[in-house]
Unconditional design. Structure first.
Length: 160
């Protein structure tokens, strides 16, 4: 497992650019809200820890992970942000729905990165069960939201 030996929340603050002058969009799926709220909090805390100003964080909610692409696209088109974090959680069920949602969401976010000049960071957990999601949203593996925030800062600086 890729995260088995890594704490997703760990970063060296001294190696991260200061985020004071950057604006971040965060688009959050409401589906699996326990998980996505924890991911959002991890991202928000890491951004603030690295100097981002609270008023420079813009949050939009969308119903599910599939809708993240559209939400991110509208944010790119209507808001002035330096990077966007797309936060979602898809947990495998008994049907192939999981595969379609995960694939379409990943492809959609990749397409945004190819077609627009604002980096969109993929912070969508695609786990087999709720425990794996909890472990990656503030549990024993740390918080993927914090990791995504650090990536957003790094990518925003590249775009400046």
């Amino acid at each position: 497992m890729a995260t088995a030996n890594k704490n997703l929340s760990a970063y060296d603050k001294n190696a991260i650019p200061n985020a004071k002058d950057l604006r971040f969009g965060i688009v959050v799926s409401e589906w699996n809200g326990e998980i996505t709220e924890a991911l959002f909090e991890g991202a928000r805390e890491a951004l603030l820890d690295c100097g981002a100003l609270p008023e420079h964080l813009l949050r939009w909610n969308v119903p599910g992970s599939f809708e993240l692409t559209y939400g991110c696209k509208k944010m790119i088109q209507t808001q002035s942000v330096d990077a966007i974090i797309a936060i979602g959680s898809v947990i495998r069920g008994e049907t192939s729905h999981f595969d379609f949602v995960c694939s379409a969401t990943a492809q959609g976010i990749m397409d945004l990165n190819v077609n627009y000049d604002v980096p969109v960071i993929f912070c969508v957990l695609t786990d087999d069960n709720i425990q794996q999601s909890r472990d990656r949203s503030g549990g024993k593996h740390g918080n993927k939201g914090a990791e995504a925030a650090i990536v957003a800062i790094q990518m925003a600086v590249i775009g400046k």
